[in-house]
Ligand binder design. Structure first.
Ligand code: 13P
Ligand code: SF4
Length: 303
């Protein structure tokens, strides 16, 4: 039996479902029941019937799935797969900003720890941040942790006042302007598509800015035949699957998230067999951090 066959067999025996983010290795995406961006995966996690969720992604994703589904067992293939940006904000600064600004909404990118969510008013993902910030009644927005996505959202919602935090994604921050300009010089007809976590200079050059799913949909629907992809290279699996005739180029220093790549087939099989790496969130923290997540799901659903 191959490892994928073994995983499928155990999945049925254990009443488990596998969720995977677009950045995990292709062979892991290939065995997943649901592959998508962080917004879709958090939504899907609330509608599953299986008892166990194996979350192939990073800690904040497994943690969000557990917060939204306390009765389910959530397993992470590698418990050290963590997003460094999720820790790049602090409660003291949130409290300081609340004292400084009236009418402040603390908007927490889903790439954050449960303790940061607990002190926030609403969560967002890159797929819904602009829509949700527009709909908030507040005039002052403290956007944590990501400064790059914050600047992008601020430019799209000029009527609101933004306070910035200094967090960033190391993988997207590394994408270098000169590198992208160089790839564009080699492929002048290619469009640049970028994730909202890229630096401002990259976003200004981009023909499309969005979440991972947004990028995949844009490319799939576009008449253009070539794209320079400014996000983690794992999206390449779905991009090529959906668009076998289109060409994809990446910055020379390939954007790779080392944490997402910790998800392997062997580790998926191991947690299915052993039940190891279960995600636990303490009750009070879970109740408090669920509120901004649920508010996101409800605001994003409004048309
Ligand atoms: P998405 O919300 O687009 O899935 O992005 C998550 C992420 O970790 C990007 O680095
Ligand atoms: Fe975090 Fe960046 Fe990795 Fe996404 S790509 S999980 S933001 S480190």
């Amino acid at each position: 039996m191959t490892i994928s066959e073994e995983i499928n067999k155990l999945k049925k025996e254990k009443d488990a479902v596998i969720l995977a983010h677009y950045y995990v290795p292709p062979e892991v995406q290939a065995i997943a029941d649901y592959i998508s961006d962080s917004f879709y995966l958090s939504k899907v996690a609330t509608n599953l019937t299986e008892k166990t969720i194996v979350f192939c992604g990073v800690s904040f994703m497994g943690e969000s799935a557990k917060i939204l589904n306390p009765e389910k067992t959530v397993l992470m293939p590698d418990s050290t797969a963590d997003c460094p940006m999720a820790h790049m904000a602090d409660v003291e600064t949130i409290e300081k900003m609340r004292r400084e600004y009236d009418d402040l909404a603390v908007v927490c990118y889903i790439n954050s720890t449960a303790s940061l969510k607990e002190h926030s008013d609403v969560c967002v993902t890159s797929a819904n941040a602009v829509k949700i910030v527009k709909e908030l009644p507040n005039q002052n927005i403290f956007f944590i942790p990501d400064r790059n996505l914050a600047h992008y959202v601020a430019a799209s919602v000029p009527e609101k006042h933004f306070v910035y935090n200094n967090g960033f994604c190391p993988t997207h921050e590394r994408i270098d302007t000169e590198d992208v300009v160089h790839v564009k010089s080699l492929h002048p007809d290619a469009q640049i598509v970028a994730h909202g976590e890229c630096r401002e200079e990259i976003l200004q050059m981009a023909d499309y800015v969005g979440s991972t799913s947004g990028i995949i949909s844009y490319v799939t629907e576009s008449d253009c035949r070539e794209f320079i992809v400014c996000t983690e290279e794992g999206v390449g699996y779905k991009l090529t699957q959906n668009n076998p005739d289109k060409k994809f180029y990446y910055p020379d220093r390939l954007p790779v998230c080392p944490n997402m790549k910790k998800n392997t087939l062997e580790k998926v099989l191991h947690v299915l067999k052993t039940g190891e790496n279960e995600v636990h969130v303490d009750n009070t923290l879970r109740e408090n951090s669920k509120k901004p997540l649920e508010r996101m799901l409800s605001l994003a659903a409004e048309s």
